[in-house]
Design a protein around this ligand. Structure first.
Ligand SMILES: Nc1ncnc2c1ncn2[C@@H]1O[C@H](COP(=O)(O)OP(=O)(O)O)[C@@H](O)[C@H]1O
Ligand SMILES: [Mg+2]
Length: 244
């Protein structure tokens, strides 16, 4: 390892450790705040109402900090991957079982278009799920009044494409230039780590990410991941036969 790489690895592990260390006391603060808010919520005293207002502000700042820490730890985790054959159709379906109720609450209509018999990719299942989650969260946040979220899978040459399309507010040219920069966000409570994490996960799978967006119309993110050929060869002995 070069001295630069060693220095980087040390800083990265320190930063990860720091994030973990901050998370525990922060969750204690957060829990106690929730209890205080619960206690005060029933009071009609003007002084208590004023205190409650302030506590709500502190509460929401705590949530913001927790989100930043979680996003940071996710970003940092992308360096250690455990590869297994992943069926993206299964991944999307099981993700939707979890995400659909949330989406329904915010008026988002989800339509999956999953190509039957999709080949597997060699991937880290939880990280790929995280990638899909970050893209769907961004899409949902771009449609505060509700909208349509389409998730597609398809074979694209020797790759599998995972496509997430929304009809939200879109991304203007300035934001598109910066959207993969760490900590870039146009949202007041954004971490700016969602898309950098998505790109890092795609790249760690030897994949690519592309974005098309029309302000006022919507956005389409396309992830392409290489088809897991080792899996196909072992599944189909015909592929290994040499014609003579
Ligand atoms: N589907 C989308 N529609 C509109 N804007 C998006 C979309 N996805 C990402 N963006 C823009 O890219 C920025 C960065 O996204 P991200 O890295 O996930 O950070 P965050 O969500 O915390 O703001 C967002 O603040 C937003 O401006
Ligand atoms: Mg995001």
């Amino acid at each position: 390892m070069s001295r630069y790489a060693e220095g980087y690895a040390e800083i990265a592990s320190l930063a990860g450790g720091l994030a973990h260390e901050i998370r525990n006391p922060l969750s204690t603060i957060s829990m106690n705040l929730d209890l205080l808010v619960e206690d005060l919520a029933t009071s009609d005293e003007p002084r208590d109402r004023r205190m409650l207002d302030k506590l709500h502000t502190v509460q929401s700042e705590c949530r913001h900090l927790e989100e930043i820490l979680d996003a940071f730890l996710q970003f940092a985790r992308v360096s250690s991957l455990e590869f297994v054959p992943v069926d993206l159709n299964n991944l999307v379906s099981s993700f939707l079982d979890f995400y659909r109720p949330q989406a329904d609450d915010t008026g988002i209509d989800i339509s999956p278009h999953l190509e039957p018999g999709l080949p597997t990719v060699d991937g880290d299942d939880p990280l790929l799920r995280q990638m899909l989650m970050n893209l769907c969260r961004n899409a949902t946040e771009a449609m505060p009044e509700g909208g349509r979220l389409e998730i597609q899978t398809a074979v694209d040459g020797d790759h599998v494409a995972l496509v997430v399309i929304d009809n939200g507010h879109g991304i203007d040219a300035t934001a598109r230039e910066k959207m993969f920069d760490t900590f870039f966000s146009t949202r007041p409570s954004g971490s700016g780590l969602g898309l950098p994490t998505v790109r890092k996960i795609a790249q760690a799978h030897h994949g690519t990410i592309a974005c098309e967006s029309e302000p006022g119309q919507g956005t389409k993110f396309t992830i392409r991941l290489p088809i897991d050929t080792s899996d196909q060869l072992s599944d189909d002995p015909g592929d290994n036969q040499i014609d003579s």
